[in-house]
Write a protein that binds this ligand. Sequence first.
Ligand code: ATP
Length: 595
Amino acid sequence: MGRMKFDDSLEKPDFSKAMLLRIYRYFLPYWKQTLVVLAILILTSLLGLLPPLLIQQIVDHALPGKDLRMLLFLVTASLGATVASGLLGVLQSYLNSFISQNIVYDMKNQMYRHLQDMPLQFFSNVKQGEVITRMTSDISGIQGVFSGTIVNFASNLLVLISTAVTLFLMNWKLALVSVLVVPLFVAPTRKMGSVRWKLAKQTQEKISEQNHIIEETLSLSGYMLMKLFTREDTEQSRFREVSLATTRLQIRESMAGRWFMMLVSTFASIGPMLIYLYGGFLFIQGEITVGAIIAFVALLGRLYSPVGQLTNLYVDIKRSVALFERIFDYFDMEPQIVDNPNAVPLNDANSGIEFQNVSFAYQQGKPALRDISFKAEPGTMTALVGPSGAGKTTITNLIPRLYEPDSGSIRIGSADITSLTLKSLRSNIGLVTQDTYLFNGTIRENLLYAVGETDENKMIEACKAAYIHDFIMELPDGYDTIVGNRGIKLSGGEKQRISIARVLLKNPSIIIMDEATSSLDTVSEYYVQEAMAVLLSNKTSLVIAHRLSTILAADNILVVSDGKVVEEGKHEQLLEKNGVYKDLYDKQFGKKALA
Ligand SMILES: Nc1ncnc2c1ncn2[C@@H]1O[C@H](COP(=O)(O)OP(=O)(O)OP(=O)(O)O)[C@@H](O)[C@H]1O
């Protein structure tokens, strides 16, 4: 315990001018408050000098002169200085907190907005929980940078300078003696700080690992996976292992340098002894007074403590700059899909969709779509069929610009979608995905997410059209029923109908639908089909179709295979071709159709 391994090879933080300027910019709006804090720090460092100096006067003048009035005055003045210093400290705490919390507030809002503009790809790649860590602990850690690092630095420096100057003015020989001890504890304090920082970093990593396990296994889907594969014991031992490592690290961290601390306090106490010894000698020589020796010893604390803290400051600054670096890493990721400078709103959304030679790859060298061209006429339904992984979802994701094609263009009417404002484009598109995402709130809240506010009648109308109103009314709390995490309290068909109602409320001209593959019972399926029919009527729609009835109702069918449109036409025409479609049809629907 308390063993230390010292490693000087800590990676250097980025102290570049650009970095510091960037950090400085966050503090700039609060420069007035910062100036007040600085003024308070100067005042308190001076006020702190008063009590020892007043004690000197008491010992040298008030007591030997038996001057009661002078004694009272000096004691009151000393008390006054302490009280004033305390009051200023309160104001300073408020300002510290005001400045740092406001910077955190500014940063969090900026980061939230920034992350909203990140492409879908970012959220597919980022580790679970990572965004939350950056948003919460990293940004919140910034508050410590001002109230901790910066204020500490300024305050310690001011106390150190003011005390050193006072000591040297009082008696330069004695001051020199007190400074002699300083190097004795600077080196150990430095070492201790670095070791602590290393251990703290390791602990932080272990804690992140622990959080990751918790998030992975105690979230809804993770929990189901763990239960169904009976992995409880394995997960438990994985968790226990990481927890044990964390616990050990934390014990080591709290013990790190305890031996050194002991040494340091011993060294620090050598200072006063030296002062008594050498000061006593000077007193005997008649060079200084008893009061001066007492004041000197009292002031020593104000000299040693800031030296110790300033020695450790490098670690604090490093931690702070590392925090900023982590946050700036996120800010430096450019949102790739943004409005064109000359973007215009979409005028007529119901004018058909056209893909012209569109190619796209999620990863370089692995094309997901190759030279896709097709036209979805206004007011018609286009069905996308094809084997799993063929690229159907990718095609639909390109229309609301969740991803950008690598080449080719997508048009709505005559407008290239990149020339349109994202807001107008997306507000004209209704997306019904396979795994309907409902957040943990009431059915009403989930429905109104589409439009913000609407009157009750419109909402009920949409639910009736989506064949879900009667079901909702049968629930004990009706529209105020809580749906649970991701809507777990509802069946797949019910969730899909709610999401259809949500899109109906939005009433967009273009509908993109990924039909659920999960088989619903006949009644549920019937209702979903009916709801879909309402949703799709008179709209330009693209449906990833898994049901024969949908395929038969489609005005045009695109057969997608290996990132290409390999066949196109109506059901009968495609069957006649005796190609990929026929093959798919036989495999997927042949038996069902016969039945
Ligand atoms: N976010 C992603 N990052 C990298 N590759 C992806 C991503 N999403 C899909 N892919 C890959 O792109 C290809 C096309 O996927 P897509 O989801 O479009 O297929 P699909 O036809 O919709 O399949 P399914 O019917 O199974 O949903 C697949 O090979 C898939 O592995």
